[in-house]
Design a protein around this ligand. Structure first.
Ligand code: ASP
Length: 456
């Protein structure tokens, strides 16, 4: 049995939903269908999830929500009419949205989650209705009844495995199951949404729970590419990669699959295939446990920016027991996670995403490190830092790879400010100034992909 997830663009219009139906029809093992809310139909279009967020904001501001509500309803109306569905499904959707608007608004996040989740929930009902309409028996699965459990507030939303046994029963359904992505329920029955793009996580959770032979993630690109196609011209498609490689590539340009979505599939060894709804014949990218990496040590190059470096120096740091723990404790108290911690004998840098830092947090961190750790030097530097990451399971056996990468970067006249070879040796990270990011990415791509046959 296969679990297929269809992303926002795959279910954005009647035309797209018909493609979904053909894909499901063409393979009887595609039994569980996880769907997003209708996404963009063209580049300036709005996603239903964004329209729902606007609706929640209107309601929270005590404004009349009718216009915002109509903006959402019109999307479903267009789809239902073009699919030839009668008015009943639209009545269900409208009643559902109006009911959600009456829920308690005391907790703004939970209220917004309730409204946001309506996008996938109603789309699942509509798509199930369409399957039935064309004679393919299907049922809508409610995540609460199916057992998709998530943790309670205030922590970030993540699934808790207690619901797995219940979710496994989804595989006993007689016909197709249409499951809404993006949200689950706490044990006490509160709805919570995953972060944006989170329907991928739902798909992976369902695939893991039912022990699917394959989790197919249908999106709008043919495959995962070896570098960001908006920077590198026609990067090669990745046919097969490991879970670990995909995880290491989770920086910008690889956002076709949510970075929290791998774990459930990985833990149950369910292979993942990224495919294109608009070109389902293309083989897509397989994500598996192992691949033969002898011919292709580097599988992809990712880049991302918006990082700051916290630099801390203290004489005899290496002899001070608990220094690193204390420093990271300061970050923990400020609720900040970090990416890398390259260190020297008497100094340590912590690389942090700017989005987690406010001026106040920067100030508190510096003050506490000065006061509590008596650092000789502490400051934030490189506040516009980029990371370029070479990824590949074969890198650990390949001699001279770092030299090749550093030589390629030198050719672009870029200063390398940090090098970090991940302990697993699946990734090699270079910290550089943001202004150099694109030219470095192109040069590394040239080195490892365009001239690969000459150089590996
Ligand atoms: N609809 C949600 C979003 O736009 C979740 C998803 O599509 O995966 O983020």
């Amino acid at each position: 049995m296969k679990v297929c997830k269809f992303g926002g663009t795959s279910v954005a219009s009647a035309e797209q939903i018909k493609k979904v139906v053909n894909i499901v029809k063409s393979d009887p093992s595609r039994k569980i269908i996880v769907v997003s809310a209708p996404g963009k139909r063209f580049s300036d279009d709005e996603k239903v999830t964004d329209l729902l967020i606007a609706l929640a904001n209107e309601a929270l501001a005590e404004n009349n929500p009718e216009i915002a509500l109509e903006n959402v309803l019109v999307r479903y109306r267009l789809i239902a009419e073009e699919l030839g569905l009668g008015p009943a499904i639209l009545e269900v959707i409208e009643a559902d949205l109006r009911h959600r608007l009456t829920t308690n608004r005391a907790d703004v996040t939970l209220f917004t989650d309730t409204i946001k989740a309506a996008g996938e929930d109603n789309n699942a009902k509509l798509i199930a209705a369409y399957f039935n309409h064309i004679g393919m028996p299907a049922e809508y699965a409610c995540p609460k009844e199916a057992g998709l459990l998530v943790n309670e507030r205030p922590e970030r939303v993540h699934a808790i495995p207690e619901g797995y046994a219940k979710m496994e029963k989804l595989k006993d359904a007689k016909g197709l199951v249409v499951f809404p992505g993006f949200f689950g329920y706490t044990k006490s029955g509160t709805l919570r949404t995953f972060n944006r793009g989170g329907s991928d996580i739902t798909g992976s959770l369902v695939a893991a729970a039912v022990g699917a032979e394959l989790y197919e993630n249908f999106t709008d690109v043919d495959s995962v590419f070896s570098a960001n196609p908006t920077v590198v011209d026609n990067p090669v498609a990745i046919e097969k990669m490991t879970y670990r490689e995909m995880r290491e590539l989770s920086y910008a340009g690889f956002s076709v699959f949510h970075d929290e979505a791998l774990m459930p599939a990985f833990l149950k060894s369910v292979p993942v295939c990224i495919k294109n709804t608009n070109n389902p014949e293309a083989p897509g990218t397989m994500i598996v446990q192992h691949r033969d990496n002898s011919k292709q040590p580097v599988i992809g190059i990712a880049a991302d920016n918006g990082f700051s470096t916290l630099f801390v120096e203290k004489y005899l740091m290496n002899q001070e027991i608990g220094f690193g723990r204390h420093l990271l404790r300061v970050l923990e108290d400020e609720e900040i996670s970090f990416e890398h911690t390259p260190s020297g004998i008497d100094n340590m840098s912590v690389i942090i995403r700017n989005e987690y830092l406010t001026d106040e947090k920067r100030f508190n961190i510096i003050k506490r490190i000065q006061d509590e750790l008596q650092a000789d030097e502490v400051h934030f530097r490189d506040t516009d830092y980029s990371m370029i990451v070479l990824v590949g399971e074969g890198m650990r056996h390949t001699k001279g790879l770092t030299a090749r990468a550093a030589t390629a970067i030198a050719r672009t006249d870029t200063n390398i400010e940090m090098i970090n070879q991940g302990s697993s040796e699946v990734s090699l990270v270079f910290g550089i100034d943001k202004k150099d990011e694109n030219k470095v990415l192109r040069e590394l791509y040239k080195e490892f992909f365009q001239e690969a046959s000459l150089l590996v």
